[in-house]
Ligand binder design. Sequence first.
Ligand SMILES: CC(C)(COP(=O)(O)OP(=O)(O)OC[C@H]1O[C@@H](n2cnc3c(N)ncnc32)[C@H](O)[C@@H]1OP(=O)(O)O)[C@@H](O)C(=O)NCCC(=O)NCCS
Length: 159
Amino acid sequence: MQFLLRKATLEDSQFLIETRNHPENVRLSASRRIITHDEHEDWLHRILKDNKCLPIIIVKKSTGKRCGYARIDQNGSTGSITVVLINEIQGQGWGPVIIRDVARMGTETLEGLKEIKAVIRAGNKRSVRAFRKAGFISCHEYKELEDGEVELVWRSRLS
Ligand SMILES: CC(C)(COP(=O)(O)OP(=O)(O)OC[C@H]1O[C@@H](n2cnc3c(N)ncnc32)[C@H](O)[C@@H]1OP(=O)(O)O)[C@@H](O)C(=O)NCCC(=O)NCCS
């Protein structure tokens, strides 16, 4: 793998908010809302102390450059996964490999995790394909969003 995964720290704060608030990522998010700096700081401090949340930074091995972030939020035996790559490296086939590695780090770090769930906007074709390729299976659950689109739920059982 050309990428390393490591746990996020407070020093990743600026990178995290800039990536989250990139216009394309705002459009793909469930809320379609820009996050304020104060909101972000509160959230980051909170999740870094939360042992049911695993925030991850994706780093390119050769340069040490941050290339994206991921997160697994644990609720009982299920973890909800988010993976966001910076625009420059999207669409180059890295997604499925990174998704699998994030899931693996989740099982190694979060005790009792048996299944990972991805909730994705139906229109986010690239993401749907990447998660399917990473072994996620559609479970035909969906949620309607305020803007009329739907989010689909995909699941992956962990061995
Ligand atoms: C979702 C994401 C992690 C996928 O990683 P990626 O490296 O870009 O994915 P890939 O390059 O492997 O592309 C995945 C598939 O989508 C296809 N694809 C690429 N661009 C596409 C596009 N614009 N429309 C439809 N499909 C597209 C690829 O061909 C590939 O399918 P294939 O393997 O069957 O050929 C990444 O695009 C991303 O960070 N997106 C923004 C955030 C996001 O939507 N996260 C998901 C919600 S958690």
